[in-house]
Design a protein around this ligand. Sequence first.
Ligand code: HEM
Length: 353
Amino acid sequence: MTARGTDWGLAALVALLIATGILTLFAGSSHDAWVFDAHDALGAAIALLLVVKLRRVWSRLLTPSRWDPRTAAGLAGTALVLAALASGWLWSGGLDTAILGYSLLGWHEAVGAALAVAVAAHMVARTKPLRRRDLAHRRQFFAAAGIGAASLLAWRLERPAQGLVGLRGAKRRFTGSYEAASFAGNAFPTTSWVADNPRPISLDGYRLRVGGLVARELALAPVQLSAGDELTATLDCTGGFYSTQRWRGISLGRVLDLAQPHVDAHHVRVVSRTGYRWSFSLADARRLLLATHVGDEALSHEHGAPLRLVAPGARGFQWVKWVERIDLLEHPDYGAPASTLWSSFTSAGRGQP
Ligand code: HEM
């Protein structure tokens, strides 16, 4: 392979790994499994191409007199790729360790983000254009096809091999998450996207308000929310655990029917006490539940009492906790993703009255 072909190949693989990595954060239903499959196979491909690259530059790396300022940048990039590979493989092999309070998967995501910045800076600083022979030569084609085939094989054999040697990784969900306290009430881990940490919400005076494009605005009291509707669904956190539970409360479809959406209402926004919010299409929202209970226990404060959203197929951070308001909207709430960043800094998000 030409040097430029290898470098461009590495950059393209990093870009694809970051793109599929970001998509994994939003992929929670089984027809999204391809995102994880692609990410896993791309991980094997970049490892193989890195071997090709290191074989070429190894002798220069071992001879300090041949170093130039670019060598340091190259070494830093290589270290980040190796860190991403190591954390990815250790995680999917089943290593369950937390460093400074964050799971290995959390660190993997952070290294991925750092790599995105490093590769973008590297490409701006010293990209050399691709030539015809970097792409169209027969040897380039055979090398790329060989790496592609070997990566697919590695991805296909990974789980069976993990099962054979008894690694926990063989039992992980297609999202890479590991099971935690399914059907055990509030015992599953409590996590919050960023750091929302409101005060416990008293039931006295609590009302779920429903407004926006509706014929009837509502203010539902806790007793009205315990409607006995049930849904068995898996909460799958991007931090790397999943927990399947029988949730109980009131179906969002039932709440919407009570409020009677206008004909031009196409989206439903679910808003937390902290300002954190997420929106869903009206058709999807009808299939969701607002839970007051998990199993036979009332939801704990940490899990979002008095009311949390249960959204099967969406990742955990979209299961809004401490729900206080539902709004019917004509368009999706484009500001919702940003609210996931600032909600921890509102006074309610920081636990002030
Ligand atoms: C925003 C960035 C990223 C996110 C959110 C992310 C997310 C994930 C997730 C959820 C898994 C577990 C998948 C599974 O268990 O099958 C995983 C595994 C992995 N990731 Fe990433 N990733 C990111 C960036 C990267 C980058 C930049 C690389 C490589 C340079 C990489 C390489 C890997 C590898 C090698 C694995 C193990 C795959 C396997 O099971 O064989 N990831 N990543």
